[in-house]
Design a protein around this ligand. Sequence first.
Ligand code: AVJ
Ligand code: FE
Length: 436
Amino acid sequence: TTGLDTEALRRRALAALLTARERTTLLTDSVDDHELIAQHSPLMSPLVWDLAHIGNQEELWLLRGVAGREAMRPEIDGLYDAFEHPRASRPSLPLLPPAEARSYAAEVRGRALDILDSTTLTGGRPLVDAGFAFGMIAQHEQQHDETMLITHQLRSGPAVLTAPEPPRPTDAGSLPAEVLVTGGPFTMGTSTEPWALDNERPAHVRDVPAFLIDTTPVTCGAYERFIEDGGYTERRWWAPEGWAMVREHELTAPLFWHRDAGQWLRRRFGVTEPVPADEPVLHVSWYEADAYARWAGRRLPTEVEWEKAARHDPGSGRSRRYPWGDEDPTADRANLGQRHLRPAQAGAYAAGESPLGVRQLIGDVWEWTSSDFLPYPGFAAFPYREYSEVFFGPDHKVLRGGSFAVDTVACRGTFRNWDLPVRRQIFAGFRTARDL
Ligand code: AVJ
Ligand code: FE
């Protein structure tokens, strides 16, 4: 590797860390301090916990892990260990107050940037080669920024965040509803993407039988037809655990929706508005996505089907980094990075479509797949078991593609997210598929 590559990696790591901190600052400075300490939902941490946790993970991996420094405040490590304290209990912990959390995160960041300046990123050390630990920490901060945006969506009170509207589709009327992905081998995952996380590795070949997949995510309008057709009242559409959830919580619609004078309304970041028929549906659990698909005579795509739709280039047979090719995401290809506070209408982002004409695979809404979160053959936990390995198994379903709340640094054709099938507060929707 040349010195130029090292400098390019350093610049890339620096830019990713700065972008993440700008967003963290926006999300934590846009509410009063008492709202940082408050718990807006038992599902979420207080925002001030995320803020100090971001600093603490950075201290752990960059200051101590990369540079071998002593712990700055060993007494706080336990408070910010996500495995020691479930989210619901975090408000009662002796957390750093807002001013201290801010100065701790800023102090860690100052030292991390000094370390980035003075560390060789090509020395044969897995944690620092290609700037991995810096990229991992930027991704970690951005993932917590998405978590904090979910907390913002759950808080009550007037809106504090604003953003321009996403671009409208220009040719959505002429899109076919679904496209055929022909059967055959597909290379899933990656062994070359420098900042790919452990669960995306290694690249491996899968044989995927032919299937058809929706060209866009399922819209609110289509989902309303499921509701009007008695979707939430008929047991036959639901997995048993999903039906139990519907009955226990008396679910009738996606989270944040309510009916008023015969019209569906939703609350979005402090604003109540009519549900937009052409926008991808958001805030549905895996069980709701699964039930809708069964009602529609279809099914959720498997994880490998989703990735093949997103990455397979039928011309060359190789797997691309993104649906549009190998170049990084841009504002005209995908709705990412909290640039907008909602998904774009179905059929937008023509510049981001796959060779087969599938749109909005990257950005807009996380897409539930039918698959459990499992390791790829040859998986090796890195750098710590608690990132992915402890979550493998039948409890978690895989989500793909990223939402409008995901930053480009934490979004790739190979990127894997996972959550419990009951989760509704995440920015998740879905598309459907069927066998040929
Ligand atoms: C990959 C989004 C499921 O937020 O639980 C953050 C990411 N891991 N801190 C999560 C993560 C450690 C993780 N998800
Ligand atoms: Fe974390």
